[in-house]
Design a binder for this molecule. Structure first.
Ligand code: 9WN
Length: 419
């Protein structure tokens, strides 16, 4: 048991720890039992935030398992497939990616070929800060892997040449069905494939195009139809770039390249994704050159930037608290502007409240001394899990739980909130 807690918080802590224990496979934590039976990249980073307080040894093993899936290019794939699960345990399984045919993919482990928001360096820093000096030996092999992960993003995924990473698939965003992806997805030819219908066809067609091109950076830059700079992905990338500089200090490496990279990402976020007239950050579709006119929770993620100008912090806090987001919901923060035509209170990233996005915004609010916003996010998240358990996501109006049960990041991040 970690921090000093009230009786009620102690019960929540114990329940959260039990979920993480049950979802532990021996080498990694599955996002949820049944539905997601493999290891997902940003799930593991969120889980590591919680394990750092509960079982730091497991947090380190979790990362070792994840980085076994890293490609020679530095890509940290968004799924590392379990070798003990049946092939049809999850769609899409290894056969969609065919990583085994790629010379850069690791041997002995099957993976996807997409990235996810790179929270890992920040988690590694938290793991190091939560452990005493003797336990920091894990950073020695991990630090170069984190550097390689960021180098891949900067080299192969800065498609606009601005310093920002581009998403090449909605699955890379972590908010897969966000209404922000509707316009760029509509331009993708599903090529008559019928897998699950609707956007699933386009998701699969995007991967098929990437795979046929050997997942090469030149194809992504010149021909791939879905190329989007996203504020959430890039805000996480920036926070982790700052963390890399601190990890460099801890390991005796040179922090300056990471500080320079952070400055560039910070500038590009403001230049390219801040929409002054709307008072929020928006994704930029590189195939049209335009900002995508949908206001989603991802637009608040640049609060994670410690150097965000005060007037932008204020504008984001005002919008977050307004009747378009937290002000309209008993259990904030809804993933999408509730006044948008696309808002849907019951569908994944089109409206529901999630623990992981609340946690990201809570972290950003704490960093900017937005005490009221931080307290609101903390209170909402704790009420959600107390009322409805560790669910995948929640109805933003009545707080009822939706999606899978015993969801790992909901449990892990509750531990971090209480710690
Ligand atoms: C596709 C595992 C993952 C999360 C994503 C979430 C969802 C997968 C899916 O589940 O994505 O990768 O099947 O929809 O959108 O954020 O990492 O929890």
């Amino acid at each position: 048991m970690g921090p000093r807690l009230t009786g009620d918080e102690t019960a929540l802590w114990v329940a959260a720890a039990r979920v993480l224990d049950a979802n532990w496979t021996g080498t990694a934590t599955v996002p949820s039992p049944g539905l997601y039976p493999h290891q997902w990249s940003w799930d593991s980073a969120f889980v590591g935030m919680g394990l750092a307080h509960h079982r730091p040894d497991r947090a380190r093993t979790e990362f070792l398992s994840l980085f076994r899936g890293q490609w020679a290019t530095g890509l940290l794939p968004h799924i590392v497939f379990s070798s003990t699960e049946p092939r049809d345990a999850y769609f899409p399984g290894p056969e969609l990616w065919r990583s085994v045919e790629q010379p850069a993919a690791p041997r002995g482990v099957l993976t996807s070929a997409l990235a996810q928001p790179p929270l890992h360096a920040l988690t590694a820093l938290r793991m190091a800060q939560a452990s005493d000096g003797a336990d920091r030996a894990f950073l020695v092999p991990l630090y170069p892997c984190l550097v390689a992960q960021h180098a891949y993003l900067a080299r192969d995924r800065d498609i606009g040449g601005s310093g920002l990473v581009s998403l090449c698939h909605p699955w890379e965003s972590g908010l897969d069905d966000s209404p922000a992806w509707d316009p760029p997805l509509a331009a993708v030819d599903p090529r008559g494939r019928t897998y699950h219908g609707g956007d699933q066809d386009r998701y699969v067609a995007l991967v098929a195009g990437m795979r046929a091109a050997g997942y090469r950076a030149e194809y992504l830059r010149d021909d791939h139809p879905f190329v989007v700079e996203d504020p959430l992905f890039n805000a996480v990338y920036l926070a982790s770039t700052h963390a890399l500089a601190e990890l460099a200090d801890l390991t005796g490496a040179d922090p300056r390249p990471h500080r320079e990279a952070a400055e560039r990402i910070h500038g590009a976020l403001l230049d390219r994704l801040w929409d002054e007239s709307a008072g929020c950050f928006r994704p930029r579709d590189l195939r049209t050159g335009r900002l995508i006119p949908e206001t989603t929770e991802a637009g608040f993620a640049p609060l994670l930037d410690p150097e965000l100008p005060a007037e932008i912090v204020r504008a984001l806090a005002d919008l977050l608290l307004s009747a378009r987001f937290a002000g309209a919901a008993g259990y904030p923060v809804p993933t999408c502007d509730v006044q948008s035509a696309a808002f849907d209170r019951g569908t994944y990233s089109r409206g529901p409240t999630w623990v992981n996005t609340n946690w990201l915004l809570w972290s950003g609010a704490c960093a900017h001394d937005l005490g009221g916003v931080a307290d609101l996010l903390f209170g909402s998240t704790v009420r959600l899990v107390r009322q409805s358990g560790f669910r995948e996501f929640y109805d933003p109006f009545d707080g009822s739980g939706q999606g899978s049960h015993d969801f790992s990041w909901s449990a892990a991040l509750l531990l971090d909130l209480l710690a």
